[in-house]
Design a protein around this ligand. Structure first.
Ligand code: XMP
Length: 512
């Protein structure tokens, strides 16, 4: 195993992710808890020092235990981690002399280093820098293997001891060849690279058992990938100590409630309470057309309903959530920031405190695609895992203007035809998210020999990596024409179909 000592960088989890991609097992531990006893007990085969926000020139700033350097295991220091290594091994670090570097930089090689096999084939490498301090004198035994205009010690190493220290962040996307560097490091440390998602699952199950003991857990199952995988994993760990609540707010897609409840209850044997609260939500939404009022109404009722059902479960002490790593960093780095609320997102974030529950978040370290891998590993069907995201407020935000039961019925039918078209044409997996929005206008049409006066709808399909930015999907005219014809023929109540070609920004993915 590999130990990552976390000095507080925003991207420490990305290091873990790069290592998992290389099938190497690693654990991240905050520097505060790292004692030599801990390290000896863990017996890591290699250690990585992460970056961090502090300055090693500040008195009392984080360090590693000095004896860690005598263990004889390879160590890679990144950014702050590099400076800690230099400082603790006898080099010097200075701050604030105008050589801070943030963003893209180019490193050119000096000499040859095994860690850099496959680097510099094109002469120089793009890297991502993010540092205020820099090393001014390297530690004894170290030599320089790469420089950038503002970092004369961008890459340093003591190859005999397998100590490597880099100023930049090889784990981020903007260091395009960074993966190679990690690959070389773990190869030099002697890892065979045979760790798998199956092993992750076993670890996670053991940790959940330890955390929960013989207590009860409840989970708000939405049918989305994250809560589904979290529920399946926790069920594997503690079986019937887990009860899921699936809240049906009447704003789900066609067949969705049956599909989700059927799969978890009948196929996977989870205890699932199907909360049928359609009337409660739809009555409260009657006459509401303001998007934020819709979102807030649904969010508030969701919490009430969840609490009502949870109260029926005796002795629940834990609340399970499918929080992913990107959610964790976003909430940390943006909390308290001056950002404007574009949309009030629907989540159960406030629940645990309100209900006095402790959180279980077994997916906190994972990224979306890793969650999908884990889901496959847990035996969730591929079509389920590959489903497009679906927002908590459901069809309410795809029905601009007033929501009526009639409109929702029409919308559900049109959406089903559209998704069927996308699947039939083999496009589903190329698209991040696709749906129909029913518009609050009626238009005149002619069908057969008669006049129609029905709703117009908009088709939406976008590509995206993370939902933060998006582009509309370039369907062929044939596809769009065929889909429009099918919707108008098969869905009574719609006589006009449009295609939304707005990217995000300036648009958002959902209509409200
Ligand atoms: P927007 O519309 O903001 O959506 O571009 C970005 C992504 O987030 C989803 N979304 C939500 N998901 N609760 C959720 O769980 C919400 O309140 C919510 N609003 C939007 C949206 O479907 C898209 O994937």
């Amino acid at each position: 195993r590999l130990l990552i000592i976390d000095f507080g960088s925003q991207v420490t989890q990305l290091i873990a992710r790069r290592l998992r991609e290389l099938n190497v097992y690693c654990e991240i531990h905050p520097y505060q808890g790292i004692t030599m006893d801990f390290v000896r007990a863990m017996a890591p085969r290699a250690i990585i020092f992460s970056g961090g926000p502090d300055s090693v020139t500040r008195e009392g700033s984080p360090r590693a235990p000095q004896e860690i350097f005598d263990l004889g295991v390879p160590i890679l220091g990144i950014c702050y981690g590099q400076q800690v290594m230099m400082e603790q091994l006898g080099g010097k670090v200075v701050s604030g002399d105008g050589t801070a570097e943030f963003g893209r930089a180019y490193v050119t090689p000096e000499g040859r280093l095994d860690l850099l096999a496959g680097w510099f084939d094109e002469g120089r490498e793009q890297v991502w820098m993010s540092h205020g301090d820099h090393v001014s004198q390297i530690a004894p035994g170290f030599a320089v293997y790469g420089t950038s205009p503002n970092a004369p010690f961008a890459i340093t190493a003591d190859p005999a001891r397998h100590f490597y220290a880099v100023q930049f962040h090889p784990e981020v996307h903007h260091t395009p060849n960074g993966r190679k560097l990690y690959e070389n490091f773990v190869r030099l440390a002697g890892f065979s690279g045979d760790w798998t998602m199956g092993a992750y699952r076993d670890e996670a199950v053991a940790n959940i058992r330890k955390q929960i003991g013989d207590k009860r857990v409840i989970c708000a199952l939405s049918g989305g990938v994250d809560s589904s995988v979290a529920a399946a994993l926790i069920h594997e760990a503690v079986g019937d100590q887990l009860t899921c609540v699936f809240v049906d707010h009447g704003l789900l897609r066609q067949g969705e409630a049956d599909e989700v409840v059927g799969m978890f209850r009948d196929h996977m044997n989870l205890q699932v309470i199907h909360a049928q609260e359609q009337d409660l939500f739809l009555d409260a939404l009657e006459g509401v057309s303001d998007p934020e009022t819709k979102r807030k109404t649904i969010g508030r009722l969701f919490i009430d309903v969840f609490q009502k059902y949870a109260d029926q479960i005796d002795g629940a002490e834990f609340l399970a959530q499918g929080t992913l790593y990107p959610d964790v960093i976003e909430s940390v780095s943006f909390s308290g920031g001056p950002s404007v609320t574009i949309k009030s997102h629907h989540n159960v974030g406030g629940l645990p405190e309100k209900m006095g529950l402790k959180l279980v978040e077994p997916l906190r370290e994972l990224f979306k695609d890793e969650v999908r891998d884990l889901g496959r590993e847990l035996g969730l069907p591929a079509h389920f895992i590959g489903r497009h995201p679906f927002p908590g407020p459901g069809l309410a935000i795809r029905c601009p203007g007033e929501i009526t039961r009639d409109k929702l019925d029409i919308l559900r039918k049109a959406d089903a035809v559209y998704i069927d078209q996308i699947r039939k044409h083999g496009l589903y997996d190329e698209i991040w998210q696709a749906f129909v929005a029913i518009l609050p206008v009626r238009t005149v049409g002619v069908m057969g020999d008669g006049r129609t006066y029905d709703y117009a709808c908009a088709l939406r399909a976008v590509t995206s990596v993370d939902g933060m930015t998006a582009d509309y999907y370039p369907f062929s005219h044939e596809f769009l024409g065929e889909t429009a014809t099918r919707i108008i023929n098969e869905v009574k109540g719609i006589n006009r179909v449009t295609y939304d070609v707005t990217s995000k920004p300036p648009g958002t993915i959902e209509w409200e």
